[in-house]
Design a protein around this ligand. Structure first.
Ligand code: HEC
Length: 146
């Protein structure tokens, strides 16, 4: 029988999610040649370990690619604090409020999409992916609007 009434948005979300995953290449193998997902870590004198500086713009691009279709004004996550509208400056304050610079892995911005906290959108990013590492590095560097 039809499940659209109660679970319609879940089904739509799942379809959109699959579409996004397909559109982003294979998220479970981020070492494919030609894969657009990239480690954006740039070395700002930190020695190349965890000290690489990641700008807000770089982290935002990942959110824009992976989160915006639910986290926008009319998406499944419209009622949440996270809005990714393509206007990084306008979205900054809300995004910065979802991070813990003292303990980046404790950030909602990381725990939710990696499935380490319950998330209406499910697991969007793998915890050990390049995308998650980039977002974490931006947070660890102070989550500045840079
Ligand atoms: C398929 C839809 C979908 C996608 C894609 C999605 N989310 Fe969500 N997200 C939700 C829904 C629905 C909620 C509200 C329920 C909840 O809090 O889990 C939510 C809530 C959140 C919250 C809590 C915001 C608050 O108000 O406290 C955060 C943080 C979050 N998501 C992060 C992300 C990040 C980061 C991404 C991308 C990497 C992402 N989400 C992608 C659907 C999605």
């Amino acid at each position: 029988m039809t499940v659209y009434n109660k679970k319609g948005w879940v089904a739509v979300g799942a379809v959109l999610l699959l579409g996004t995953l397909a559109g982003c290449g294979d998220p479970f193998n981020h070492s494919l040649p030609g894969e657009p997902a990239t480690v954006y870590l740039s070395d700002a004198g930190g020695g190349g370990d965890e000290g690489g500086a990641v700008s807000y713009g770089t982290a935002y691009a990942i959110l824009n690619d992976n989160c915006s279709f639910c986290h926008n004004e009319s998406g499944a996550a419209a009622g949440t604090k996270l809005h990714v509208t393509s206007d990084s400056a306008a979205d900054y304050a809300a995004i910065a409020a979802l991070v813990d610079v003292e303990n980046p892995d404790n950030s909602k911005l990381i725990k939710k999409p990696t499935g380490q906290a319950s998330h209406g959108g499910g697991s969007i990013l793998k915890a050990d992916s390049a995308e998650t590492a980039t977002i974490r590095a931006w947070i660890a560097a102070g989550a500045h609007n840079n």
